[in-house]
Design a protein around this ligand. Structure first.
Ligand code: S3P
Length: 427
């Protein structure tokens, strides 16, 4: 239980948010299946990415980490050895689903387990197409849930139309496709984040992108490289929102990834009327990044849905808080994927914000928020979900009285230095 009371504290100054979670996972994974030594700068030392490192170490890959610097000595797919221990993915959906794609192509047996949240998350969205490619996968409820076991090898390429816009599904199939006997194509209903596609190219793999379809030819080898991981826009989002809603605030977030498949939060802030600037745009290993400037703004409610949803899916908890401080109604729709995140984020966001006095209703595929609300302190919980924990801590800046937040430890999954950054910006 953490007690916080940030009411009437302003936020001013500059921070470097930690490395992007999606890119950090992929750097270790692709480094582990590449030939040669890959170095990773500004790696996110969050629990999820550490789970990825530990899984590859159990398959014989030598990985050295020194804070935010990681070196991976890869020996190609053939360098992975059958693990003697169960691969523990912790709380990480990305580790589970992308690793399944890699393991699908390798002729050995392995078992995978995660925490109680992972045990509830649907896996058939990847185990079904990977089975179609030829992988032998078993698991609870016929491969829908962990624990899972997999014996890979002898994959055929497939053409797959994914029913969901999910980077984890797309990436899993593309990684399996690298070991297919022909090309593999994945098409999704809307474009999801494309970090796998960009990073595969940085590792020398050729891919073809047409609209929302991506094709990879089987039999390609990866060549090691150096990866710089930009700051995570999903972590920056908590301070972008705080900067916009906390009176007298002005924040600069340095070196934040602005890959267009991730910048839905910037679009939402702009549409709601926030003053936000993107400065010093640069690019490394196919990923753009920039400094983001935000200041306290008058906001109004908007509608968020359609193809914007995959571009801000992880930001919806903090967007809900943002909407409580905007004049008028905000409608979030087409977001039923929220139900299968670390928690059912429609329920956890609505329940926890209601305890603080927000006027918010759950719908079948999102939520409706009626602003602007005065919030107040209460006993709330992250429910073990890092992004719910961070949203509640930011809510304290606009809530009169103390918040007692249960299970803030979960925040270490993606942002171990979160409370230090709050402290350094608080004036
Ligand atoms: C991720 C993809 C998204 C996102 C998750 C990270 C990734 O999940 O919510 O936090 O790294 O590929 P889905 O692919 O399930 O939408």
């Amino acid at each position: 239980m953490k007690k916080v009371n940030f009411y009437q504290t302003r936020l001013q100054g500059e921070i470097h948010v930690p490395g992007d979670k999606s890119i950090s996972h992929r750097a270790v994974m692709l480094g582990s299946i590449a030939n040669g030594t890959t170095t990773v700068e500004h790696f996110l030392p969050g629990e999820d990415c550490l789970s990825t490192i530990s899984c590859f170490e159990k398959m014989g890959v030598e990985i050295q980490r020194n804070g935010e610097q990681v070196t991976v000595w890869g020996n190609g797919f053939k360098g992975l050895v059958e693990p003697k221990e169960i691969l523990d993915v912790g709380n990480s959906g990305t580790t589970t689903r992308l690793l399944l794609g890699i393991l699908a192509g390798i002729p050995f047996h392995s078992c995978m387990i995660g925490d109680s949240s992972i045990a509830k998350r649907p896996m058939k969205r990847v185990t079904n197409p990977l089975r179609d490619m030829g992988a032998k996968i078993d698991g609870r409820e016929d491969g829908q849930f962990t624990p899972l076991s997999i014996r890979g090898g002898n994959l055929k390429g497939i053409t797959y139309q994914s029913p969901v816009a999910s980077a984890q599904v797309k990436s899993s199939i593309l990684l399996a496709g690298l070991n297919g006997n022909r090309s593999t194509t994945v098409t999704e209903p809307h474009q999801s984040r494309d970090h796998t596609e960009r990073m595969l190219q940085a590792f020398g793999v050729s891919i073809e992108v047409k609209g929302t379809s991506v094709t990879v030819k089987g039999g390609q080898e990866l060549t090691s490289t150096s990866i710089y991981v930009p700051g995570d826009i999903s972590s920056a989002a908590f301070f972008l929102v705080a900067g916009a809603i906390v009176p007298d605030s002005e924040i600069v977030l340095k070196n934040v990834g602005i890959n267009p498949t991730r910048t839905g939060i910037i679009d939402v802030l702009q549409q709601m009327g926030a003053t936000i600037r993107i400065e010093n745009e640069r690019e490394e290993n196919f990923e753009p990044f920039a400094d983001l400037y935000i200041q306290t703004s008058e906001l109004h409610g908007i509608e968020v849905g359609g193809e914007l949803i995959p571009r801000l899916i992880d930001e919806i908890p903090i967007i809900a808080l943002l909407a409580t401080q905007a004049e008028g109604t905000t409608i979030i729709k087409d977001a039923s994927e929220l139900k299968v995140k670390e928690t059912n984020r429609i329920d956890t966001v609505v329940n926890e914000l209601t305890k603080l006095g927000a006027k918010i209703e759950a719908t079948d595929d999102g939520m409706i928020i009626y602003g602007k609300s005065k919030l107040h302190g209460a006993e709330v919980s992250s429910h073990g979900d890092h992004r719910i924990g961070m949203m509640l801590a930011i809510a304290s800046f606009v809530s009169e009285g103390e918040l007692q937040i249960e299970d803030t430890e979960a925040i270490a999954v993606s942002y171990p230095s979160f409370f230090e950054h709050i402290e350094s910006l608080s004036k």
